[in-house]
Design a protein around this ligand. Structure first.
Ligand SMILES: C[S@@+](CC[C@H](N)C(=O)[O-])C[C@H]1O[C@@H](n2cnc3c(N)ncnc32)[C@H](O)[C@@H]1O
Length: 234
């Protein structure tokens, strides 16, 4: 049984979500480019993500739920010496991410086109240098709290995967999720909140770009908040 199958059984799996049929060009990226850059996961085998890149990269950064992939592609183009893994479950998002990768001719991006939790369960501890969780689905209703990505369990796992001094970035425009993040991440013993001044959580990190999702949130009057946490030395 593939490792992904074990993980699917271990928790409620949010599988690949299909929307409208993909346009022809995107479908061919899906059929041809995606298999070449999909992260291979094998039953019971822990994956060192550094081995996905030849020649080896200086560091590996992970983006969870990359949406349309603009931020992932921007970071990958700006940091060719870094290896990137992007996770996304929504088919049109994956296709959009692939078109950015193809347009920018990026060689340093690998894709996990399924639930990010399947991937993070399989990665080798101390193998990541940065993790982005940007505008995760808010699940604002109380009865859906357990679906939020920021949980003690997921934070524990990300703390294992990050190297000492590594960075976890979380953004949200949802007031419930902002409060939820504040109740979980800053009190986690492995993470230090890198807030420098009272208002700095309102400013997007200088090396990031505004995604379509963030633009829409601002247009709708919601206020994006940006958190940066450092993985403390063990
Ligand atoms: C609100 S969107 C934000 C997209 C993107 N980060 C941005 O800022 O534009 C959240 C995304 O996370 C994806 N997602 C949610 N849960 C996920 C999971 N467990 N694994 C991978 N992707 C996930 C959704 O499909 C969706 O595209």
């Amino acid at each position: 049984m593939a490792q992904g199958e074990n993980q699917r059984q271990a928790f409620q799996f949010y599988g690949r979500r299909k929307g409208r049929p993909l346009r022809k060009g995107r479908q061919s990226l899906f059929d041809e480019l995606l298999p070449r850059i999909t992260v291979p996961l094998n039953a019971g085998v822990t994956l060192d993500p550094a081995t996905l890149f030849t020649p080896r990269k200086r560091a590996v950064w992970l983006e969870i739920g990359f949406g349309g992939g603009e931020h992932l592609a921007h970071q990958a183009a700006a940091n060719p010496e870094i290896g990137f893994i992007g996770c996304e479950v929504f088919e049109s998002g994956i296709a959009s991410g692939l078109s950015h990768i193809a347009d920018k001719k990026l060689e340093n991006v690998r894709i996990h086109p399924e639930d990010a939790r399947v991937l993070i369960a399989a990665l080798q501890p101390r193998s990541l240098d940065r993790v982005f969780l940007l505008f995760p689905d808010p699940w604002p209703k109380r009865r859906h709290e357990q679906r939020r990505f920021v949980t003690r369990g997921n934070l524990d796992r990300l703390a294992e995967l990050l190297r000492d001094g590594g960075e976890l970035r979380i953004a949200s425009d949802d007031p419930t999720y902002v409060e939820w993040t504040l109740r979980h991440a800053p009190i986690h013993p492995a993470f230090q909140w890198l807030a420098e001044s009272p208002g700095d959580w309102l400013e997007r990190p200088a090396d990031a770009i505004e995604t379509r999702y963030e633009t829409k949130a601002r247009e709708a009057g919601r206020v994006p908040h940006f958190f940066r946490f450092r993985r403390l030395p063990r």
